[in-house]
Design a protein around this ligand. Sequence first.
Ligand code: SF4
Length: 273
Amino acid sequence: MQTKRANKYGFCFGVKRAIRLAEQNRGAITLGELIHNQKEIDRLKMDYNVNVETNLDEIKDGSSVIIRTHGIQKNDFKRLKDSNINIVDATCPFVTKPQQICEKMSKEGYEIIIFGDENHPEVKGVVSYCTMPYQVVLQKEQIKINHNTKVALISQTTKNIDNFLQIVNFLIASCAEVRVFNTICNATFENQQSAKILAKEVDVLVVVGGKQSSNTKQLLNISLEYCKDSYCIEDESELKEEWFREKKLCGITAGASTPDWIIKKVEDRIKTF
Ligand code: SF4
């Protein structure tokens, strides 16, 4: 097999920063998974003694706590600040932005609409900054419209811009006042655009990323639109030889939490088929 990587793929600025902070804080605890990639979390544990804790009550005074890229809820952040815990804030600045917008627009009396997955840690963190009513939706059909309300729209950072625009159009046609904040992060946007271009020119496409990773799922959905033989894997052990039969060129892209060493192993294995 021949392989071709997307122009933009893999580790983003926010994830690189979080990993650097974890490596600089040997023995620290991350509140929830630092990033959505189990193998990289295992590496940090093995090489830097950085462990994951999901329960705030279990964290002892004097510990160092790294806040994950997806951020945490406002009350949890306050609890950490009020205790004797050393906070290492690895919240991606692209995630802090929608948190701040929610807080500000709530204060100004706007109902908040968030395009995103309500169970995703980033979205749970963002909604905790709302002081006005809010709705979390994945498609326009889920929005409950009150024509006289003024609404502010934001997006989960890793969502697809085309789907976001559908919601923008719907709201503008339905509400008296709409404030739109494009909070889709640049790294996500660039990776998605590159995946789209690559998917159009290859016979088969492999997306490497964590099963829980939202931006990885988006890359797969986009790839499937243009290349029906697109697959998502976490590492090279999940590759199946039959995917590559009678194919010549395999495209490779990767989610923002996927380290280069995993991508390299996947590519090396694909070349053997
Ligand atoms: S995908 Fe975007 S929002 Fe998420 S960590 Fe990376 S840069 Fe930040």
